[in-house]
Design a binder for this molecule. Structure first.
Ligand SMILES: [Zn+2]
Length: 278
């Protein structure tokens, strides 16, 4: 009998294998900067006048699911301490519409933080919560609620082995990984300069990568690491942002257990990066 479970495992394993191969190619080239500068469509992966915001979740493909490039911030925004300030940042960057999505990890964390009485919410409860909270933010701060993105039901595993940390100035061309689909690994993506607290967001995303739903632990078991890919406008900004991320990793208290051995984030994450082509 062909069970969905089997398809799922097969699809995920293939994705992991293909993306690991891509990472090996990129590393053999000497990193993202060198690898990307040899691609004809590198510059085209930066999009101007982006008006849409979707979640950092790497399973969401901006072109496929939304039909246009998007900035990336963790779902539902309930962790933003100052929502009005957050809305101002988005408005200034030209964002007009926001999507919620299915199986949102950030949405689930938010739900759990607000519902101590319901530690095991159903799929329907989480879906309703993601839609309600995103709509509420849109209504209150003048954005269009653009709809709920359905994930492929079989794709329950987070196969991301990279995080694209876009540190370019909001409102200027931003990196759209979907433009280079098949040429770079599909990763989490964070529009870091639009975040109210990028350290919190990076920790949350790495937390997913190294949870039971991610492949981080498997990477470490096979002698590899998770890669944070910093994107900046100039060489000197790139160096300074890489240093910031490095300091964040060093100061994080997250501990990753791999077969009984404890690792800090610094042990299991490497930092790479590239400059936006002019
Ligand atoms: Zn999400």
């Amino acid at each position: 009998m062909t069970s969905p479970e089997k398809h799922h495992t097969y699809g995920v394993e293939n994705t992991i294998k293909n993306e690991s191969r891509l990472m090996d190619t990129i590393n053999e080239k000497g990193g993202f900067q060198k690898y990307l500068s040899e691609l004809n469509d590198f510059k085209g992966a930066f999009k101007e006048k982006v008006t849409t915001c979707i979640c950092c979740d790497g399973r969401i493909d901006a072109h496929q699911d939304v039909g246009e490039p998007a900035v990336r911030l963790p779902g539902v925004f309930v962790f933003e301490a100052n929502k009005s300030l957050h809305a101002q940042r988005l408005h200034r960057a030209g964002i007009t519409k926001i999507y919620s999505h299915e199986d949102c990890g950030a949405g689930k964390a938010a739900y759990l933080s607000m519902h101590a009485d319901n530690p095991d919410p159903s799929h329907e409860e989480l879906r309703a919560f993601a839609i309600e909270k995103t709509k509420m933010f849109c209504d209150e701060y003048g954005f269009e609620y653009a709809g709920h993105i359905e994930n492929d039901a079989l794709n329950e595993v987070h196969t991301e082995q990279v995080l694209y940390f876009d540190a370019t100035t909001p409102g200027t061309p931003s990196f759209e990984q979907s433009e280079l689909k098949g040429k770079i690994p599909q990763g989490f993506a964070l529009s870091a300069e639009l975040s109210g607290d990028w350290r919190r967001d990076v920790e949350a995303l790495l937390g997913i990568a190294f949870s039971g739903h991610g492949i981080g632990v498997e990477l470490v078991k096979s002698g590899k690491k998770f890669t944070v890919v910093v994107i900046a406008e100039t060489e000197s900004i790139l160096e300074s942002k890489k240093k910031d991320v490095d300091e964040m990793l060093k100061s994080s208290e997250i501990i990753i257990d791999v077969d009984g051995t404890q690792h800090t984030l610094e042990d299991v994450v490497v930092i790479d990066g590239f400059v936006r082509p002019s």
